[in-house]
Design a binder for this molecule. Structure first.
Ligand code: NAD
Length: 303
């Protein structure tokens, strides 16, 4: 059986980080400005705390001005909105990221819509969603996970994806829909599959590129994968791992990895695939946002 090539997200993310750090140093030398990233965390969700800590660490590592705002879970919505307004007006801050999920009493879309589109480094503001959907990627800030997934696809298949058949499983605003927009802009023939899709295995079998963003452990079976296809597994699922000991768990993706190895041409592992790319692309978005706000024009690295 053919054995798929492993797509090493950690190594690609490290190369992206190095490039951002270099460009950030250049910006500091030329303009005396560090790209500024503010991350807002409301509440004590343990996973969110880890994400925010990692984002802060990475921002510092690439030479950014990094600010973390940690608010109590009970913080009134108006106070969160006031903080976002202040960050919108802060000239030292070029990127604002509000960590999701927010506590239930806070209207998520109200907060996300308040972030200035040019500082919206998560790419969730309707203006950025619209620009991406309209095919104006170079004017938008693109959501980090799909942007990172596209980098991995291009590193694997080369820069020209035109005419390839792509199936994106999942239609969330954070991953599935922007991923489909990006692949469409690369002239792929794109299908978006979701929980109501009929004959999902057959739909997946048609794809040269499969992006799984569902949140169901190992749902995509090996024999759904067309021979030689490129498989990007976005899913992060924690499952019991009794083989490691009582109460132990492990992370798995949405794709049955061991099975898929025998069919795919290339595949991302979980962990170590898409995950590291997400934070790297957040750094890229922050640098892009800073350059645009400084009037320096486009200089989006292609990676
Ligand atoms: P979501 O729950 O918002 O969306 C899941 C999508 O899967 C939905 O559109 C739904 O229609 C579809 N779906 C559900 N059941 C299905 C089925 N049986 N068949 C086909 N489609 C089905 O999730 P999300 O935020 O898009 O995240 C998806 C996964 O990606 C999760 O595991 C999440 O943890 C992971 N994720 C990883 C990163 C990263 O950095 N690697 C970032 C974001 C999300």
């Amino acid at each position: 059986m053919p054995q798929a090539e492993l797509i090493d997200g950690k190594a690609v993310a490290a190369s992206v980080r190095d490039e951002i750090a270099r460009r950030s140093r250049d910006l500091l030398k030329a303009q005396g400005v560090k790209p500024g990233l503010a991350v807002v965390l409301v509440g004590e969700d343990p996973a969110s705390q880890v994400y925010v800590r990692n984002k802060d660490k990475m921002a510092q590592a690439v030479g950014f001005h990094s600010v973390k705002h940690t608010l109590d879970a009970g913080t009134p919505e108006e106070d969160v909105l006031a903080l976002v307004r202040a960050l919108n007006e802060d000239p030292d801050i070029h990127g604002i990221l509000v960590q999701l999920p927010l506590p239930a009493h806070i209207d998520e879309s109200k907060v996300l819509r308040l972030v200035k589109p040019e500082k919206d480094v998560d790419g969730f503001h309707p203006i950025n969603v619209g620009l991406l959907t309209a095919g104006e990627r170079s004017a938008a800030l693109v959501p980090c996970t799909p942007a990172g997934s596209l980098v991995l696809i291009k590193r694997t298949l080369g820069p020209d994806l035109s005419g390839k058949t792509a199936v994106v499983i999942g239609r969330s605003n954070i991953v599935g829909k922007p991923m489909a927009s990006l692949l469409l802009q690369e002239s792929c023939t794109v299908t978006i599959a979701h929980s109501r899709t009929r004959d999902l295995p057959d739909v997946v079998r048609a794809a040269d590129i499969v992006v799984a963003a569902v949140g169901r452990p190992q749902m995509v079976r090996g024999d759904w994968i067309k021979d030689g296809a490129t498989v990007i597994d976005v899913g992060i699922n924690r499952i019991p791992a009794p083989d490691l000991g009582p109460d132990k768990t492990r992370l798995v993706g949405d794709v049955a990895f061991d099975e898929a190895l025998g069919h795919a041409g290339a595949i991302t592992p979980v962990p170590g695939g898409v995950g590291p790319m997400t934070i790297a692309m957040l750094m890229s978005n922050t640098l892009t946002a800073a350059r645009r706000q400084l009037g320096l024009g486009e200089d989006i690295p292609a990676f």
